[in-house]
Design a protein around this ligand. Structure first.
Ligand SMILES: NC(=O)c1ccc[n+]([C@@H]2O[C@H](COP(=O)([O-])OP(=O)(O)OC[C@H]3O[C@@H](n4cnc5c(N)ncnc54)[C@H](O)[C@@H]3O)[C@@H](O)[C@H]2O)c1
Length: 354
């Protein structure tokens, strides 16, 4: 598993233990994610951690002669959506070149896994599909222009946003990050077709919950809001605060990814993983403020290029693998808050605001 020491890698590590004889986590322990470059306590003790950069062929050439991976779980990535707009090369290097370097090494060493599971992203959809309420026409408007955003035209007129469905929604990324995640999917799908490997492509909505990096300022809006509210400050909301997101608890993502690993047959298309519902960012901000007894959130009117207006998905495809989410956002937030308190006891500085 690449990126195995990250949020999702640690969360799935215990589940993997009951499925595989040997589990190897490859991770560079990126300083933006890991405040200190040490093995995370949440990574299951039976998982071997190998520290190298997935973009370096030498690391793979050192590792692969000794192992015969049956399944590869590809999680390593640069994940900052906003950051990807100004650091495009870094995102493309790790996410796109890194994926290709890994696949080339597998081919070079003749280590052909039966399945490659990719943690893909909702970011591939960009602004996704919208419906004209008058005509019923489905429109993929693309990306909001600089001029549109400068005029505070957050939505696309009267169009209504639709939940994304991998089978029908056109992937048209609005950020460099989204474009690299789409490239990862396509590279893996093409490689797998050539080598007889089953690609298992998950498109995850906004994952949150215990284990999320509390120090990474570039990703994880829910953890970020919790940090602000915990400091008794008012959460700033971008745009008009009415953006929709599907916040899916890490526990549900773990069970969803396991359903994709366990399924005897997996379709080559992507599987959306979310809660099948959307929450306004201002509403999750308000709930978090209440949990921490913090002042109400405020609309800042600021915006970021690369951010999409609304994001949610239909779980119809993954429901076919007998999976459904179990945690509504209210229950998930309470779990996250409880976990944050345990972290606070251990490392006060994790929660100080930059
Ligand atoms: N968390 C979410 O909301 C979310 C949503 C959609 C998709 N995803 C995808 O899920 C995957 C895992 O995300 P996460 O939330 O666990 O992120 P994370 O940042 O917590 O974990 C990523 C891990 O990859 C490692 N890494 C980064 N660059 C590396 C490199 N060059 N070589 C080796 N290791 C490297 C980091 O050290 C980190 O431990 C990513 O591919 C991400 O795009 C996450």
């Amino acid at each position: 598993m690449t990126g195995g020491a990250g949020f999702i890698g640690c969360a799935i590590s215990a589940e993997l233990r009951s499925r595989f004889e040997r589990i190897i986590a490859i991770d560079i322990l990126h300083p933006q994610v890991h405040k200190t470059p040490v093995r995370p306590a949440a990574l299951h003790r039976d998982v071997e951690l190998q520290r190298f950069d997935i973009t370096e062929a030498a690391g793979w050439d050192w590792l692969l002669p000794d192992i015969f991976p049956d399944v590869v779980i590809h999680l390593a990535a640069e994940t900052g959506t906003g950051q990807s707009m100004t650091e495009a090369a870094r995102h493309a290097h790790v996410n796109v070149t890194g994926t290709a370097v890994m696949l080339e090494a597998l081919a070079r060493h003749r280590r052909i896994p039966s399945r490659i599971l990719l943690a893909g992203s909702r970011a591939v959809y960009g602004d996704g599909a919208w419906e004209d309420p008058g005509s019923g026409e489905i429109i993929h408007p693309g990306t909001r222009s600089r001029a549109q955003l400068a005029r505070a035209e957050w939505d696309y007129g009267a169009l209504r946003p639709l939940p994304s469905k991998a089978a029908v929604t056109i992937a048209r990324p609005a950020s460099v990050y989204g474009a690299t995640k789409l490239a990862q999917e396509q590279i893996i799908q093409a490689w797998c077709a050539g080598f007889g490997t089953a690609p298992a492509i998950a498109r995850l909505q906004n994952v949150y919950g215990p284990g999320q990096s509390l120090s990474n300022p570039y990703t994880g809006i829910v953890a970020f809001f919790c940090r602000i509210a915990r400091a008794k400050k008012s959460i700033p909301l971008y745009e008009d605060g009415k953006m929709l997101r599907d916040f899916v608890l890490i526990d549900d993502v773990v069970s969803g990814l396991m359903a994709m690993l366990d399924a005897p047959e997996i379709a080559p298309h992507a599987y959306d993983i979310g809660t099948d519902s959307a929450t306004r960012v201002m509403d999750i901000g308000q709930r978090i403020a209440e949990l921490y007894d913090a002042p109400a959130p405020h609309v800042s009117g600021r915006y970021r290029f690369g951010d999409v207006r609304h994001a949610s998905c239909s779980n119809a495809a993954i429901a076919g693998l007998k999976w459904r989410p179990r945690f509504p956002v209210e229950a998930g937030l309470v779990r996250l808050q409880q976990w944050i308190e345990t972290q606070f006891g251990q490392a006060e500085d994790m929660l100080t605001l930059e």
